[in-house]
Design a protein around this ligand. Structure first.
Ligand SMILES: Cc1cc2nc3c(=O)[nH]c(=O)nc-3n(C[C@H](O)[C@H](O)[C@H](O)COP(=O)(O)O)c2cc1C
Length: 173
């Protein structure tokens, strides 16, 4: 199975710790995983629709990876969806991604127990990720259980190594 990871992190090469480590691990498995740093490709937000559509068509599984920002994704992922998932390609008279697996990978600063009805953020991650799940349903793709790394600030280097190994298993399983 081929996995395409599109990473949407505005500071992947400098300020990132967790996504940077995950991407480093994914790149060690270049035979089955391709990683694209979308902010590096489109610093001006001018997403190349045709290029991205061809790229996505080649993969069995598309992974959308991002640090959780304001209960959602960094802005370039929204721009990517608007530019790439066009009518009569993704939905409407054609469904180019029908049956393709799509998985969200995200990392959160807040711990998992804050994403509960009783917790500080009052909503679950499933609720907050529902626009992505609904998009996947609408384009007739297959929603794969998200891989969520919560409470990243407390992670030791050893724990992060384990998370990186689990991540590679999850995105290739
Ligand atoms: C602009 C911004 C918004 C953020 N919003 C959230 C949020 O809504 N919920 C949360 O749990 N963490 C939030 N965080 C923390 C990031 O999710 C966290 O720093 C990131 O996942 C760490 O990954 P990295 O080491 O790859 O940067 C936010 C951080 C920034 C910079």
């Amino acid at each position: 199975m081929s996995t395409l990871v599109l990473v949407f992190h505005p500071h992947l090469d400098d300020a990132s710790r967790v996504n940077k480590r995950l991407v480093e691990e994914a790149r060690r498995h270049a035979d089955e995983i391709t990683v694209v740093d979308e902010y590096a490709a489109y610093p001006d937000f001018q997403v190349d629709r045709t290029h991205e559509q061809r790229l996505v068509e080649t993969a069995d599984r598309l992974v959308l990876e991002f640090p959780f920002y304001w209960y959602s994704a960094p802005a370039l992922l929204k721009q990517w969806e608007d530019a790439v998932l066009t009518s009569d390609w993704a939905y409407g008279n054609a469904h180019a991604l029908a049956g393709k697996e799509i998985q969200v990978v995200t990392t959160t600063g807040s711990p998992a127990d804050t994403y509960t009805p009783e917790g500080r953020h009052h909503h679950t991650m499933a609720e907050l990720l529902s626009p992505f799940e609904t998009m996947v349903d609408h384009i007739q793709a297959k929603w794969v259980k998200p891989f969520i790394v919560s409470g990243v600030n407390g992670l030791t280097d050893e724990e992060l190594d384990q998370v990186a190994a689990d991540y590679v298993k999850a995105i290739t399983a």
